[in-house]
Design a protein around this ligand. Structure first.
Ligand SMILES: [Cu+2]
Length: 400
């Protein structure tokens, strides 16, 4: 303990001596001539260097901006695939152009004046109290520009977020998020989604749909999201566990998915998956990705591994909230197709009520199976009957 105290005292003493020498050094400022190389006062040479460095930094900003646009400009979102998409992109483009122009001018002024009025021996600062006219101008211009942007933004927002649920031919889809996958449920012919609660989750009923609700009887569940082109789709989002965010970048749509509540959003897809695959920007992007993949494949083949499959474009639903370890891989394929194809796909899907009924029957058959096995009369039949049923039960137990 004593040695620790001695060490602390020595350290503090050292700091005190160091500070004292620093103070002594500072008291010597000004005694040497300003143009003395050891002087602490900036001389004309120092001021000139700083002035030109300001100019050089301005050049760096401009060159880097142009380089970024050239190098990464193609990474922006491509052709919007929803009805409100162009309006959204327009708002984004106006904002970005404004920021670009204003920053180009203001950065020039900032660095140019720092250069122009750099320090010079014998030059003193000019005292300038205020100028009402100038202050009025540089206040009113941003006010008008920002008010215009905000008003246009609010107009676009209410336009995009307005959901007309009475609109003819509207498709209602529930999007269900859980760590780390998506599931969807279609409202079926009645256009109404059955009630759901996490307490009803059991076996194949992974969304917790209340099967006693008459509206739930024709609901259809899927792990792939199909959307009809040109029809309004209303999404109802629910989460099983934590906060997620449903992000459809190609449709310029995003909505938080919050446990314990239903959030909603609607958009009208305007370009089918097949049409989007012909889009020149997508064609370029796919070609670029496949170029990288074929290089990687060549390396894999050289190592004796299986090569990668070539990439084809698909719309995606992504999770845009960091929701856990596999968040990065929480995505679902989205297929946009013509109304006829969409209807065909949907009619080929099994209704949730039928799937639940089937699972219950299979579970009951499996429960009855051991008795049949015990009977010695038909051992072959009982073995075939018991085999598929028992796997169904096992799968359900695992799912829970
Ligand atoms: Cu997530």
């Amino acid at each position: 303990m004593t040695s620790l105290l001695i060490i602390i005292v020595l350290v503090l003493l050292g700091i005190a001596i160091w500070q004292l020498t620093k103070i002594f050094h500072l008291t010597q400022v000004g005694t040497a001539g300003a143009n003395d190389a050891n002087s602490e006062i900036a001389n004309d040479r120092d001021n000139n260097v700083n002035g030109y460095v300001m100019f050089a930094f301005l050049g760096f900003i401009y060159v880097f901006t142009i380089y970024s646009l050239y190098k990464w400009g193609h990474l922006v979102l491509g052709t919007p695939a929803s009805e409100h998409g162009p309006q959204y992109d327009n708002l984004m483009a106006i904002s970005m152009w404004l920021i670009f122009i204003v920053q180009t001018i203001t950065q020039f002024l900032l660095h140019y004046f720092a250069f122009k009025y750099r320090g010079k021996e014998g030059k003193t600062a000019f005292y300038y109290a205020d100028n009402d006219k100038l202050e009025f101008i540089w206040t009113i211009i941003p006010v008008i520009v920002l008010a215009g942007l905000i008003l246009y933004g609010l107009y676009a927002w209410t336009n995009i977020m307005f959901i007309d649920e009475q609109k003819k031919d509207t498709v209602f889809v529930e999007v269900y998020a859980k760590q780390f996958s998506w599931e969807v449920r279609y409202a079926g012919e009645d256009g109404v989604l059955g009630k759901a609660n996490v307490r009803y989750i059991e076996g194949v009923n992974t969304l917790g749909v209340d099967m006693s609700d008459p509206n739930a009887q024709d609901d259809i569940q899927s792990t792939e999201l199909h959307l009809p082109k040109g029809k309004q789709v209303v999404f109802k989002f629910r989460s099983q566990d934590v906060l997620h965010s449903a992000y459809f970048p190609h449709f310029r749509a995003q909505m938080n998915v919050v446990p314990g509540m239903v959030t909603e959003f609607a958009f009208t897809p305007t370009i089918t998956t097949d049409e989007m695959r012909q889009d020149p920007k997508i064609v370029n992007k796919v070609a670029h990705i496949n170029e990288i993949r074929s290089k990687k494949s060549a390396e894999l083949v050289a190592e004796g591994k299986t090569p990668l499959d070539p990439y084809t474009f698909d719309y995606l639903l992504l999770c845009n909230k960091i929701c856990g370890a596999s968040h990065y891989n929480m995505q679902m394929k989205v297929v946009v197709e013509d109304d006829a194809d969409f209807k065909k796909w949907l009619s080929g899907k099994e209704k949730l009520s039928a799937a639940v009924k089937k699972a219950k029957e299979e579970a009951a058959a499996a429960a009855a199976a051991p008795e049949a096995e015990a009977a010695p009369a038909k051992p072959a039949d009982s073995a075939t009957a018991a085999k598929p049923d028992s796997t169904v039960v096992v799968a359900q137990v695992v799912k829970k």
